[in-house]
Design a protein around this ligand. Structure first.
Ligand code: SAH
Length: 394
């Protein structure tokens, strides 16, 4: 098979030789052939040495690398990549476990498949393409999933309407690529929850907080918990299991709040320790008594691009300052940022300045990140997006 060729400018191959999986459009000297968005292209140095093969895209990231070898991107390529990822999740005790059927199977660059995310909820795989190349490959990927996962896979739901570059004008509709059984309850660490994979955010649930939720559970006993930005209540049901005295869940989306209530009911029917409020975070804090001794702040990404970073940091600082003001002495604060453009150091500095502003004495107990099924390709440090701190506030 012959592919189109992308020839880099002199010296622009260095990051690729260190296995960074992206080529920016500014690094390209010429393109031979007429690749369309999503086509496979081979990448060469200015001196015509082969470097890699990947998906071509119109935009600032021009090529997402699939292989640094001269590989043919066929069914066996997809099968092997997916099998490698699946074996890792089995070895992590996430796949095939008795008390857990929720995990990320493919985490883009972290699984050497840039542009692709696949989350597993019980017998359903929810697939998200972030590049046109992955969109074109969706049926091959579905085939590979079926071969690797066998009977444990019954449905593949494609959810890319919101993640594909809209300029590509693909008129994609979300829907099933395989199966079609609507199975909407999944299990994480023994707790059940409804996954709104059709209308919900991301693929329906924030799987990336699994380990942090488990840690939170160990702090919950006898505490009054506020789960701010609760979405479908993940941290709340762990706090309930951890024997919290009370748990209040807050989110500005009433849809999220009704799902939170359903999830609590599913695990802790008629348990009066829990209440949920559809309200803006700052408004809620303004009214709240200083009644909480365990607060979770897991806001949406305040900064999706570098140019709004300053405002985003202000947002994180204000939010954390309010929590420091409100939390009871001896309280524990779990605070997060999932903005990729906010580094671990910057986030810590921002929380530091919020703490200083409140005048409270604060200790870092844990530095938190994303779990092992959201692996970070060491050559692609941009893949580290979730960071958090568990703090003790005197
Ligand atoms: N902690 C959750 C994920 C949080 S996602 C989990 O473990 O599943 C961020 C949530 O913040 C979304 O549900 C969104 O509806 C909510 N949100 C966004 N802006 C908000 C605001 N101003 N006040 C309260 N909630 C907000």
């Amino acid at each position: 098979m012959s592919y189109h060729s992308v020839i880099l400018k002199p010296k622009k191959e260095e990051s690729l030789q260190r296995f960074h999986p992206w080529i920016f459009s500014g690094a390209i000297q010429t393109i031979e052939g007429t690749p369309e968005e999503g086509d496979l292209v081979e990448v060469y140095t200015a001196n015509r040495y082969f470097l890699a093969i990947g998906h071509y895209q119109i935009g600032s990231i021009a090529v997402r690398i699939l292989s640094f070898d001269r590989t043919i991107i066929d069914n066996s390529f997809w099968r092997e990549r997916i099998r490698t990822a699946y074996l890792l999740r089995l070895s992590l005790g996430l796949a095939g476990a008795e008390n857990n059927n929720t995990y990320r199977l493919i985490h883009g660059e972290g699984d050497h498949l840039p542009g692709l995310v696949i989350d597993i909820y019980a017998h359903t795989a929810v697939m998200q393409a972030h590049s046109v190349g992955m969109h074109h490959a969706r049926h091959q990927i579905t085939e590979a999933l079926r071969e690797v996962m066998g009977d444990s896979l019954r449905t593949v739901y494609y959810k890319s309407e919101a993640t594909l570059p809209f300029k590509a004008n693909l008129a994609v509709e979300d829907g099933c690529l395989y199966g079609g059984e609507i199975e909407d309850i999944a299990v994480e660490n023994g707790l059940k929850f409804y996954v709104d994979w059709q209308k919900g955010q991301k693929t329906g649930f924030f799987i990336d907080q699994r380990d942090n939720r488990l840690l939170l559970e160990s702090y919950a006993k006898n505490r009054s918990v506020l789960n701010m930005f609760c979405y479908t209540g993940g941290f709340s049901f762990y706090a309930m299991r951890g024997k919290a005295r009370t748990v209040h869940s807050v989110d500005s989306s009433s849809r999220a709040i009704s799902l939170t209530r359903k999830n609590i009911e599913l695990n802790f029917p008629d348990d009066t320790r829990h209440e949920a409020y559809a309200e803006d975070a700052f408004k809620y804090f303004a009214k709240a008594e200083n009644a909480y001794d365990l607060i979770i702040l897991d806001p949406p990404a305040f900064a999706k691009h570098k140019d709004v970073l300053r405002n985003a940091l202000q947002g994180y600082r204000k939010l954390n300052a309010v929590a420091f003001d409100k939390i009871k002495p001896g309280g524990i604060l779990f605070t997060f940022s999932c903005s990729q453009v906010v580094s671990k150091e910057t986030f810590r500095l921002t929380v530091f300045s919020a703490a200083a502003q409140s005048g409270r004495r604060v200790k870092i107990l844990h530095q938190l990140t994303q779990p092992a099924d959201h692996p970070i390709n060491i050559y692609h440090p941009e893949g580290e997006y979730l960071k958090g701190l568990a703090l003790h506030v005197e």
